[in-house]
Design a protein around this ligand. Structure first.
Ligand SMILES: Nc1ncnc2c1ncn2[C@@H]1O[C@H](COP(=O)(O)OP(=O)(O)OP(=O)(O)O)[C@@H](O)[C@H]1O
Ligand SMILES: [Mg+2]
Length: 245
């Protein structure tokens, strides 16, 4: 079964020009796919549609089809889609709301009324998997950028989403943080997790992690290739020059 199929997707925020204008692509189960595109090309908008944030919480005019593991997504709430997809925000500070790492991980399962004992063992497993055991009682706000991103990932993973989307997972991190997150992405890929990475820096480590790249331009997917092939293309060369700051 395909992880995501998007067919003829159009989206316009109210009172703005159209953002997505006929987006088509498929991501297979177990693939790691990077989504590139210039600032304002609609990458975050697309991730919000896949997670149900649009049109449930942020409104606009939408048409077309989006299926996640066979389920029609448009019109479902983020909570209804929680087991299927999770989004790791670009800015971890906007995602982390609790005062200890442990509470942060408990937040999702508690909202689903999972038994406390079960939650504790879920937390133990997640702390171990994401190398966070030592940080269990720390305040997420006081951790390094890389550690915060790992806590955000661990928190969204509590509900075992079949697809994890990272919006610019390396942005704002120092070299240690980037290495930490890149290692984690490689581990997720190894474990067969389906992952979508929104990425600006086309020469970043994600270029080698991704099986394929989607490039969003003029409201459509302009390319869908493996990174080696894409790196040779004029399109990516142009994008890269523009991203190079
Ligand atoms: N809530 C909103 N209401 C109206 N317009 C919006 C809203 N969010 C984004 N836009 C507009 O939609 C377009 C696409 O924005 P989006 O954030 O999806 O792009 P992006 O590719 O993620 O950009 P970046 O690389 O800067 O994060 C932009 O023109 C943006 O100004
Ligand atoms: Mg964005």
């Amino acid at each position: 079964m395909d992880a995501i199929t998007v067919h003829d997707l159009h989206f316009t925020y109210h009172e703005s020009a159209s953002v997505l204008n006929g987006v088509e692509f498929v991501i297979k189960k177990g693939e790691t796919v990077a989504l590139a595109g210039l600032s304002g090309s609609g990458k975050t908008t697309l991730t919000h549609i896949i997670c149900g944030v649009i049109p449930q919480l942020i409104k606009g005019n939408i048409s077309g089809k989006v299926h996640l593991f066979g389920e029609d997504v448009i019109g479902k709430t983020p909570a209804e889609l929680a087991g299927k997809v999770a989004l790791v925000f670009q800015n971890s500070d906007e995602q982390l709301i609790c005062t200890t790492v442990e509470d942060e991980l408990a937040f999702g399962p508690e909202n689903l009324c999972i038994a406390p004992q079960e939650i504790t063992s879920m937390i133990d497993a997640a702390l171990k998997r994401y190398h966070l055991t030592e940080l269990r009682h720390r305040d997420p706000a006081k951790l390094s950028g890389g550690q915060k991103r790992l806590v955000a990932l661990a928190a969204v993973s509590m509900l075992t989403p079949k697809l994890i989307i990272f919006d610019e997972p390396l942005s704002g991190l120092d070299e240690d943080g980037r290495n930490l997150v890149a290692e984690l992405l490689a581990e997720l890929k190894e474990a067969g997790q389906t992952v979508m990475i929104v990425e600006h820096d086309l020469t970043a480590v994600t270029a080698t992690i991704a099986d394929r790249w989607l490039v969003l331009a003029d409201g459509r997917i302009a390319a869908y290739e493996n990174p080696q092939k894409l790196l040779k293309s004029r399109l990516l060369y142009d994008l890269e020059l523009m991203f190079d700051d």
